[in-house]
Design a protein around this ligand. Structure first.
Ligand SMILES: [Zn+2]
Length: 354
């Protein structure tokens, strides 16, 4: 058994006791920092700059993430084929897991949970039965590497098809590890194979998923109604990890957001590299986490666009003081906006002109 097998029940125990926070969004953050390319979105950074990935794991845990998710997202066989580097598949996967594991060990006193990850393959086609086998092989190889690395549980995420999520779940279940399976809900009312999201999660629960829910694509305001529907449909734990962007009823996903106010968009939409003006502030993300928790969704986090400040605000919303809380805002000592008695009057009097 992997060394962390004791902790394999850790996720479910922690969920029984309250929220579990999972920072995601590695692809977006590392693209922004210049370590991988928007478009193909392949996490080559885990081979080229492992120290950068390790540090981002560290920053998220320091900000309050209970989970380190190994950065294998979009590091699967199809993505590597797309960039002509299929030979890097196994080293990339193993490196990502090793990096995540080594950072988890640094926090020995309060070790975060270590999660493996599988995701949408972009190969699965409901009209082509042969892709079941192809996709299952892709999931199985990744799950096997994650199990070997001693992960505590496995996340299957951003599935737009129920059928593909079901294959992912089956693969995770064969490993014996807890399964967190989340859908990426696009603009249509249902998933791409026509299954309603609440029905899809209900069926996944029946097939043995431990946590079901939604991540990515939708911001807080357009994800919350899904969370409520899913909560009604299942009795297992529910996951809610929105993107931190101000999506709304007319443009419910971050891919569909429009920004007529900018003259400088590189294409017909701000997604994915010009979403900055839509970014939710930390307080909005904390408010979402609270609302989701009030619905009894306990597996909470932030997906593409997440920064450590979002994660810290969510942790603090639940009364926690992660290491980064040492530097949580205290405006009382601001030179003009502050209230400290020793501040200079001429600056404080200038406050309305700032
Ligand atoms: Zn995402």
């Amino acid at each position: 058994m992997p060394e962390s097998s004791n902790a394999s029940s850790g996720l479910l125990e922690r969920l029984e006791n309250g929220p579990v926070i999972c920072a995601e969004g590695y692809l977006f953050e590392l693209e922004r920092r210049g370590y991988l390319q928007a478009g193909a979105y392949v996490p080559e950074v885990v081979l080229e700059h492992p120290e950068v990935v390790a540090n981002l794991h560290r920053e998220f845990v320091r900000a309050g993430s209970d989970v380190i998710e190994a950065f294998t997202y979009y590091g699967h066989r199809e993505k590597l084929r797309l960039i002509g580097k299929e030979d890097l598949l196994e080293p990339l996967q193993r490196n990502a897991l090793e990096i995540a594991e080594s950072v988890a060990e640094e926090f020995s006193a309060n070790r975060p949970l270590l999660a493996g990850n599988i995701c949408n393959t972009n190969v699965w086609d409901p009209a082509d039965k042969a892709t079941d086998e192809q996709v299952t092989a892709m999931f199985d190889e990744q799950v096997a590497w994650a199990v070997e690395a001693g992960v505590d549980f496995i996340i299957g995420e951003t599935f737009a098809y129920y059928g593909e999520a079901l294959l992912a779940l089956a693969s995770i279940k064969r490993s014996g590890l807890p399964a967190v399976v989340t859908f990426a809900h696009h603009q249509d009312a249902g998933l791409r194979d026509g299954v309603e999201i609440d029905e899809a999660t209900r069926m996944l629960e029946q097939e043995g998923a431990d946590v079901v829910g939604v991540n990515c694509t939708r911001g807080p305001d357009t994800m919350l109604p899904d969370v409520a529907r899913i909560r009604e449909a299942v009795s297992c734990h529910v996951a809610a990890l929105p993107v931190p962007y101000r999506t709304h009823a007319q443009q419910p996903t971050f891919q569909s957001l429009q920004d007529p106010g900018s003259e400088y968009l590189p294409g017909d939409r701000p997604f994915p590299t010009a979403l900055d003006p839509f970014t939710c502030n930390r307080y909005e993300m904390a408010a979402f986490a609270r609302s989701a928790f009030d619905l009894d969704a306990r597996y909470l986090g932030v997906c593409c666009g997440a920064g450590p400040h979002h994660i810290r605000a969510i942790a603090e919303e639940f009364g926690r003081t992660p290491e980064a809380s040492r530097y949580s805002p205290d405006m009382s000592k601001h030179y003009a906006l502050g209230s400290d008695d020793s501040l200079k009057k001429h600056n404080r009097n200038y406050v309305k002109k700032l």
